[in-house]
Design a protein around this ligand. Structure first.
Ligand SMILES: [Zn+2]
Length: 326
């Protein structure tokens, strides 16, 4: 894949200001460099704006097709590191993602809402991720749950996942305990779980992640493009017909994250995200023979056979009590 060399020294941003006041929406592609569905979707959106097929009438639309240019050139998830973890401005940037963060964070903060376009490794259907319910807890205080729910309903996918920061915090707690016992240095800072959407919420905005499909799924760019267009319609920023949302959604809450502890820890079988699991069902086997069992009836999410020891191996999710109606 070729791209202009300047991209690694700058962040390419397309911006369209309507002449009437309105919401400020930012759309990101390739926060993970090998996830190109969002890049293609944004390119197609820019083409529709250039030809006048879509016009931004109200507010401001910002499109960032390649948010991690280094990782995108390498065709990998990360450049020096995962841009979607520990995202914050830093006074003394240590790596490429720190430098991107110093440009990206103020850009996010200058908007009301974020649509972050990703794709995933294993086969499966597109899904969305939203933030927590409204709360004043110090972990992730939030007041715009209705806005995120409304957008998620209209993006297309029927499956919606929530509870990332809470599950992550629990995982970090377990990790901290293990690392204390073993005298290891692991990522035990809960802020490690802060990516683009969490940063956006920390700045008073709302944010929805759309996982458009498998990385190479030829339909994934169209899923992303439809989501951008429906977001513009819902926010009243362009004259696009707002389609009726699916009749019902499946809302799943991430309940737990389980780390891989050893290079010989292996899954019991080849799991695919959202495979159903039953309480005590064997999910994996540790290198010492310990069987890792499902903590309850639910779904396995983001199983990662390549997880490095000490990092997220799989998540466990259950049906969320939340309703998105409204
Ligand atoms: Zn991603």
């Amino acid at each position: 894949m070729t791209q202009p060399a300047y991209l690694e020294h700058s962040l390419r941003v397309h911006q369209f200001h309507g002449l009437q006041p309105g919401p400020r929406l930012i759309v990101l592609g390739a926060v993970h460099g090998n996830e190109v569905a969002g890049v293609r979707a944004i390119e197609q959106m820019v083409a529709q704006l250039d030809t006048g097929a879509v016009r931004i009438l109200r507010g401001c639309l910002t499109l960032v097709p390649i948010t991690n240019p280094l990782a995108h050139r390498l065709n990998t998830r990360s450049g020096d590191r995962n841009l979607n973890r520990n995202l914050r401005p830093t006074a003394l940037p240590q790596d490429f993602e720190d430098r991107i963060g110093n440009v990206l964070c103020p850009l996010l903060a200058a908007h009301d809402g974020l649509l972050d376009l990703h794709s995933f490794n294993s086969q499966g259907e597109a899904f969305s991720l939203i933030g927590p319910e409204n709360n004043t807890d110090p972990l992730e205080p939030f007041g715009q749950a209705d806005q995120e729910a409304r957008l998620a309903r209209h993006l297309g996918p029927v499956r919606i996942v929530e509870g990332w920061m809470r599950a992550y915090e629990l995982g970090v707690k377990n990790r901290r305990e293990r690392s204390r016992q073993a005298g290891l240095t692991l990522d035990t800072d809960a802020s490690y779980g802060v990516g683009t959407t969490e940063y956006m919420r920390s700045q008073g905005g709302w944010a929805v992640t759309l996982e458009c499909g498998q990385h190479a799924d030829p339909h994934a760019p169209a899923v992303g493009l439809k989501a951008i267009r429906q977001a513009l319609a819902l926010l009243g920023m362009a004259q696009i017909t707002l389609e009726a949302p699916p009749a019902s959604h499946e809302v799943l809450r991430l309940a737990e994250v389980v780390d891989r502890l050893h290079a010989d820890d292996r899954f019991e079988r080849e799991w695919v995200s959202f495979d159903p699991v039953w309480k005590d069902e064997p999910i994996g086997i540790r290198h010492d023979g310990t069987v890792v069992r499902s903590p309850g009836d639910g779904r396995i999410v983001f199983p990662n056979v390549k997880a490095e020891p000490g990092f997220e191996w799989f998540y466990f999710a259950q049906r969320s009590p939340r309703s998105l109606a409204g």
